[in-house]
Ligand binder design. Structure first.
Ligand SMILES: NC(=O)c1ccc[n+]([C@@H]2O[C@H](COP(=O)([O-])OP(=O)(O)OC[C@H]3O[C@@H](n4cnc5c(N)ncnc54)[C@H](OP(=O)(O)O)[C@@H]3O)[C@@H](O)[C@H]2O)c1
Length: 253
């Protein structure tokens, strides 16, 4: 890969259903947009309806521009299919509601991109009594995976995927200590915000190994996108990192 976008653009099955958490901005936005432009149905799972609807409007405008430019591989007829479903990953109640809403929508699921995340903030605890970064980046998205795996298993596809948008900072996570995982008894003065972000990204990597082992005989594979590692080692451009997440999600060849 060089500095320019080298994403293979081939049309996707229009019945393929993809969820991207935090698809309203950043890496999630570009991932959702490119997957949709290649033809799949995309659901962006976000906490703010206003931001999500604004993002979908922008994606449609950008799609129209790409179409005008004659960009190869993107769908040529109709419009991109991107919809919004509400989830606040800082709340287990909201996360469970999202899971139930998705299940009751009757849709299949082929790909789940666990992208939403935050970090490097002062200590905050959630209404569920967990450290905010741990719950948002890892725990709630773990719950979504676990509850939606049966839908992937019954999707009829032999290639379903779960993608953890992690970070190479997982390397820098402090030694694992089960008593610290949920941030119980933390004090703002001793809170290590970089360490907790790194923990959350490490949990995603551990989840990938654990789930792949459990799902070995299934139609689902689990992988992760170590964002910074790619920037550092390959000097790839930001646009490549963004679309690479979509590439891992769909393995377009
Ligand atoms: N950019 C980097 O340098 C980098 C490097 C390594 C790893 N990563 C990882 O890549 C992923 C995306 O990063 P990004 O740079 O694209 O971040 P971003 O632009 O800040 O976007 C983060 C997304 O997560 C959503 N989110 C945060 N809290 C949420 C909650 N409680 N419920 C639902 N959604 C929530 C945000 O929603 P709102 O818009 O409502 O806030 C937003 O959509 C993250 O997991 C991040 O850790 C990024």
């Amino acid at each position: 890969m060089g500095g320019g976008t080298s994403f293979p653009r081939e049309p996707l099955d229009r019945n393929k259903v993809v969820i991207v958490t935090g698809g309203n901005t950043g890496i999630g936005y570009e991932t959702a947009k490119w997957i949709a432009m290649l033809g799949a149905k995309v659901i962006i799972a976000c906490r703010s309806e206003d931001k999500a609807l604004e993002a979908i409007k922008r994606m449609k405008e950008e799609y129209a521009t790409e179409k005008q430019k004659g960009t190869k591989g993107i769908i040529q007829d109709g419009d991109i299919d991107v919809t919004f479903m509400q989830v606040d990953l800082a709340s287990l109640q909201s996360t469970k509601k999202f899971i139930e809403n998705f299940k009751s929508s009757g849709q299949k699921l082929h790909t789940l991109v666990c992208n939403a995340g935050l970090g490097f903030l002062p200590l905050q605890m959630t209404e569920d009594g967990n450290e905010l970064v741990f719950q948002t980046n890892y725990l709630s998205q773990f719950l979504i995976c676990v509850h939606l795996i049966p839908l992937m298993e019954s999707s009829g596809s032999d290639d379903c995927r779960i993608i953890m948008v992690s970070s190479s900072v997982h390397d820098f996570a402090p030694p694992f200590d089960i008593s610290k995982v949920q941030g119980k008894d933390l004090k703002p003065s001793s809170y290590d915000e970089a360490g907790y972000y790194a923990y959350s990204k490490l949990y995603q990597v551990m989840q990938m190994y654990f789930m792949n082992k459990r799902l070995k005989e299934s139609n689902i594979s689990v992988t992760y996108q170590p964002i910074l590692e790619q920037w550092r080692q390959n000097s790839v451009g930001i646009s490549n990192v963004l679309v690479h997440t979509a590439y891992i999600a769909l393995d377009i060849q």
